[in-house]
Design a protein around this ligand. Structure first.
Ligand code: MGP
Length: 309
């Protein structure tokens, strides 16, 4: 069973998980402190504080109340919020046509598509894609991760889509329509034993917001949204594909956005997947880590300019 506290997690994953926890705690310090009222845990019949009187805190009681996932993996009572909530979506040949109200599917009950901007235009594409669950804490992420089938065990032609809450995994969504994706295709025979870890590290980098280094630049205006809208793993008969979807795509070589987009691709290739800078990856059924705008993906087959890192 995976756990953030486990030092067996390799570097990038551990770093992403820790940064998710640390950043969440920095933004929500109250999540790490149980409320303790003066002299009485229930807070009942309290004497109001006199001006200048200092609140007494029962440190022992406080320490006894806090059970994080690190100290008690089963009975923790404090959760560490993520930067943003995320939703996992799934499709496979088995989910196709399973969304009719009369379909006796309990595994994927009919859930109406969230009314995100652009959702209506994507109705056809979203028909077979099922919303699995939303989560907004580190603990819920691990709970989900420990209870779903890993990509190596999925049937052919299946996809997991982990997207920021409020963004559906479709080009048509307002947050995606001007964007694109970094992706890598990996032959199945050589990557069956790697793909689960690669997907885990990809998800951790997404929820830990480590993909877009521009966000940690001191000159970046506060509140700038991350470029990343979601991450996908796809199983196909002969290969796996991992993708990172971005909000924007550079218009050309001179577009200043290109550097920021390339930084996402480099982080994906080196820090998350563990390849070396300049390492050639393309081969039979394998691609480099490459970027394509969604507009170019829609054109199918027509010459499209890819960025490669
Ligand atoms: P895919 O599954 O992303 O590519 O898209 P793949 O794996 O190369 O193809 P597959 O046939 O092996 O699954 C497959 C096709 O689905 C695309 O060519 C589009 O026709 C359609 N499609 C994919 N996406 C991501 C979208 C989308 O966001 N919106 C719509 N409308 N269609 C999409």
């Amino acid at each position: 069973m995976a756990s953030v506290s486990s030092s067996s997690l390799p570097g990038p994953a551990l770093q992403a998980a820790r940064s998710a926890v640390q950043a969440a705690l920095a933004e929500h310090p109250e999540a790490n402190a149980a409320p303790v009222a003066k002299g009485n845990k229930d807070g009942a019949d309290e004497d109001p504080l006199e001006p200048g009187e200092i609140q007494e805190v029962d440190m022992v009681a406080q320490a006894e109340t806090i059970r994080t996932v690190f100290s008690d993996a089963k009975n923790f009572n404090v959760k560490h919020p993520l930067y943003s909530p995320w939703t996992l979506w799934f499709d496979s040949p088995a989910t196709k046509g399973r969304n009719l109200p009369q379909t006796p599917s309990t595994a994927f009950p009919q859930t109406p598509l969230p009314q995100t901007p652009g959702a209506h235009a994507a109705l056809g594409w979203m028909e077979d894609i099922k919303r699995v669950i939303s989560f907004d804490s580190v603990e819920e992420f691990w709970g989900l991760y420990n209870n779903i089938v890993p990509p190596s065990q999925l049937p052919q032609k299946a996809n997991y889509y982990l997207f920021k809450d409020g963004i559906i995994p479709a080009w048509e969504d307002e947050a995606n329509k001007a964007g694109g994706k970094w992706s890598i295709q990996l032959p199945k025979d050589k990557n069956r034993s790697n793909v689960d870890k690669m997907w885990l590290y990809t998800m951790l980098a997404a929820i830990g917001e480590t993909f877009d280094p521009y966000l940690t630049n001191p000159d970046t205006p506060a509140g700038t949204p991350s470029l990343v809208t979601g991450v996908i793993v796809s199983t196909r008969p002969q290969f796996y594909r991992l993708s990172i979807w971005t909000r924007l795509a550079p218009a050309g070589e001179e577009d200043p956005l290109r550097e920021r987009i390339e930084a996402v691709g480099k982080h994906f290739k080196m820090a998350v997947l563990g390849y070396a800078e300049g390492q050639k990856l393309a081969g039979p059924l394998a691609t480099e880590v490459e970027f394509l705008s969604h507009k170019d993906s829609e054109k199918k087959g027509k010459a499209a300019k890819k960025i490669v890192v």
